[in-house]
Design a protein around this ligand. Structure first.
Ligand code: OGA
Ligand code: NI
Length: 265
C-alpha cells in the first residue's frame, strides 16, 4: 500500500526524502495572483468572446471561462463521484487498480452511477470545448469546422489528486510542462495550486467559482503558427487540504499530421 500516497499522507509530519525535489526545481519564489487575469465570458457577444480568447491565447496561453452553461450541480456531482468512487475508497481496493508497475492493468472500479454522472459531465465539457475551438477557428480565419474532425478525435478525462503536503516548499504536485495535445479544459474547484509561467515569472491561477481553465496545448500553438501560445504550467501543493482537479484533453487522431494551418503558410 506504500505506493498509494493518499493512504499515508494525512498522517505524516515531514516529507519523505524521495518526494523532495532538487533545490532548483522547488517552488521557491512567492507567486502573486495576476492583477488582470484572462477571463472569457461566454454570455458576451460572439465577437467579444472570440477576441478575448485570441488575446488570452496570444498573451498567456490560457484563460478561464465563465458563464459557460454547464451547471454547477453537474460539476459538483462529477467531482463528488470521482472522489467517492476512487480516491475515498479503501486503500486495498485502490491498490488493485494501481498501474505503475503494470501498464496493461485496467481500472475496473466504475459503477453505473459513475458512468452516468461522469458520462454526462464529459458530454457537456466536450460541447463546451468544441464551441471554444469553433471560436478559435473563426478568430484565426480558418475554414469552418477545422478542429471538428481529425484534430479533436480523441477525448481523455484525467483526474488528478494532490494530497496535502507537510512542506509545500520542497515539492511540486506536477512538474513544469506544456500540455502536448491541442487543448485542455481543467476544473480546479476552489483550491489554488495551478501556476502558469508568464513574462518570466510564475503566476497563480486563482480559482473563480464555477469557471473552467482552458490551457492551449503545444499542438494548437503549432496549428496557429504561434498566434496562440502553449502555456507552460506546474502545480504546487498545500499543507491544509487535498486538491482534486478534472482535466479533459482534446487529442488528434493518431494518424493526423499536425502542422501550421495552410492559411499561415
Ligand atoms: C495536467 C495539468 C493541472 C492541475 O493534468 O496536465 O497540468 O491543476 N493539471 O491539476
Ligand atoms: Ni498540464
Amino acid at each position: 500500500m506504500a505506493m498509494l500516497v493518499s493512504s499515508w499522507s494525512k498522517d505524516i509530519k515531514s516529507l519523505p526524502e524521495n518526494y523532495v525535489f532538487p533545490p532548483d526545481q522547488r517552488p521557491k519564489e512567492l507567486v502573486a495572483p495576476l492583477y488582470n487575469p484572462p477571463i472569457v465570458d461566454l454570455t458576451k457577444s460572439t465577437d467579444e468572446a472570440r477576441q478575448q480568447i485570441l488575446e488570452a491565447g496570444r498573451d498567456f496561453g490560457f484563460f478561464q471561462v465563465m458563464n459557460h452553461g454547464i451547471s454547477q450541480s453537474l460539476i459538483d456531482e462529477a467531482m463528488d463521484v470521482l472522489l467517492k468512487e476512487f480516491f475515498d475508497m479503501p486503500a486495498e481496493v485502490k491498490a488493485r487498480a494501481f498501474t505503475a508497475a503494470d501498464s496493461s492493468k485496467r481500472c475496473r472500479l466504475y459503477t453505473s452511477t459513475f458512468q452516468d454522472i461522469v458520462g454526462k459531465y464529459s458530454v457537456e465539457v466536450r460541447k463546451l470545448v468544441l464551441k471554444i475551438l469553433d471560436l478559435i477557428c473563426e478568430g484565426l480565419g480558418l475554414e469552418q469546422g477545422y478542429f471538428g474532425d481529425e484534430l479533436s478525435r480523441i477525448h481523455l478525462l484525467s483526474v488528478n489528486h494532490y494530497p496535502r503536503c507537510p512542506d509545500p516548499s520542497l515539492a511540486l504536485g506536477m512538474q513544469r510542462h506544456c500540455d502536448p495535445n491541442v487543448v485542455t479544459i481543467l476544473f480546479q474547484g476552489d483550491t489554488n495550486g495551478l501556476h502558469v509561467f508568464n513574462d518570466g515569472k510564475w503566476i497563480g491561477v486563482e480559482p473563480i467559482p464555477n469557471a473552467f481553465i482552458v490551457i492551449i496545448g503545444c499542438q494548437l500553438q503549432i496549428i496557429s503558427n504561434n498566434k496562440l501560445k502553449s502555456a507552460e504550467h506546474r502545480v504546487v501543493t498545500n499543507s491544509e487540504v487535498d486538491r482534486t482537479t478534472i482535466g479533459y484533453f482534446i487529442i488528434p487522431s493518431y494518424e493526423c499530421f499536425v502542422e501550421p494551418a495552410k492559411n499561415f503558410g
